[in-house]
Write a protein that binds this ligand. Structure first.
Ligand code: ADP
Ligand code: MG
Length: 238
C-alpha cells in the first residue's frame, strides 16, 4: 500500500524547550493508526505540525507526495487533511447544522441547498441529525464530540486526525465514537487516532506509535506496543 503521509525527522521547539525531536513516521492510505504517549509527550504538537496550526522547525512533511510543511493550515485542509480538536471548538451561537455550513462553504465552496443536504448527511452518519437545529450550547459532551468530528468531515478529508475525541466520555459513549471512526475508515478515510483510553485505541488501531518526550519510543501492533517495556515505563512513569 502507498504512503499517504510521510513525516521525516520533524522537530519543534518552543523557546528552549524541544516538544518534538526527529520524529519520522509514514502513514499508509486507509490505515488506522493510533498515537499514544503520556501527557506532554508531543502528540498534539505533532498533529499541529501535520495540520499546519504550527510550522515544524526541522524536517519535512509530505502529503500525497507533495511537500506541505510550509503551507498554511487552510491549504492543507483543502488538500485533504482535517483534524478534530482535543477541546471542542464549535461556533457556540450557531446551530449544529450551521456549524457544518462554515467549512462546507469555506473549504469546499459549497453553499445553499446543496450544503444543507451534505451537512445533513454527515450528521446522519454521526447519529446527530436529530440535533441539527439545536444550538451548540444545548449539546451534551458526547454530542459535542460528534459535532467536532462532523465539522472535520465537512472538509471531506482523506486523512482525519482525531485528537482525544473520547476524552471525558464513558462506556457506551466511547463505543459510539469508536463505531463512527470505524465507519469513516471503512469509507476509505485514513485515520490517526490520538487517545488516552487504551482499550479504545488498541481496539481501533492496526498500528500504534508511542511518543515520549517528543520522540517515538515504540511502534508496532497494539499487542507489541502494550508489551513494550519502554511504553510500560513511560506510562508507569519511572
Ligand atoms: P500532548 O498532546 O502529548 O499531551 P502537547 O503536544 O500538547 O502534548 O505538548 C507537548 C509539550 O510542548 C508540553 O510540554 C507542552 O507544555 C509544550 N507546548 C505545547 N504547545 C506549546 C506552545 N504553543 N508553547 C509552548 N509550549 C508548548
Ligand atoms: Mg494533547
Amino acid at each position: 500500500m502507498e504512503d499517504v503521509l510521510q513525516i521525516k525527522t520533524v522537530s519543534k521547539h518552543f523557546g528552549g524547550f524541544t516538544a518534538l525531536s526527529g520524529v519520522t513516521l509514514s502513514v499508509m492510505r486507509g490505515e488506522r493508526l493510533g498515537l499514544i504517549g503520556p501527557n506532554g509527550s508531543g502528540k498534539t504538537t505533532l498533529i499541529n505540525c501535520i495540520s499546519g496550526s504550527l510550522l515544524n522547525d526541522e524536517g519535512d512533511i509530505h502529503f500525497k507526495g507533495e511537500q506541505i510543511s510550509k503551507l498554511p493550515a487552510y491549504q492543507r485542509t483543502r488538500r485533504g487533511i482535517s483534524r478534530s480538536f482535543q477541546i471542542p471548538r464549535p461556533f457556540r451561537s450557531m446551530t449544529v447544522l450551521e456549524n457544518l455550513l462554515v467549512p462546507l462553504s469555506y473549504v469546499r465552496g459549497i453553499t445553499g441547498r446543496q450544503a444543507d443536504e451534505i451537512a445533513e448527511d454527515i450528521l446522519k452518519g454521526m447519529g446527530l441529525a436529530y440535533k441539527m437545529n439545536a444550538e451548540c450550547s444545548q449539546l451534551s459532551q458526547v454530542e459535542l464530540r460528534k459535532l467536532e468530528l462532523a465539522r472535520a468531515m465537512a472538509a471531506k478529508p482523506e486523512l482525519l486526525i482525531s485528537d482525544e475525541a473520547m476524552a471525558g466520555l464513558a462506556g457506551a459513549e466511547i463505543d459510539e465514537v469508536l463505531a463512527i471512526l470505524f465507519s469513516l475508515n471503512e469509507q476509505g478515510i485514513t485515520i490517526i487516532m490520538i487517545e488516552h483510553i487504551m482499550q479504545a485505541v488498541m481496539a481501533f488501531s492496526q498500528r500504534v506509535v508511542c511518543l515520549d518526550a517528543g520522540q517515538i519510543i515504540c511502534e508496532g501492533t497494539p499487542k507489541e506496543v502494550v508489551a513494550n517495556e519502554y511504553v510500560q515505563r513511560a506510562y508507569l512513569g519511572d
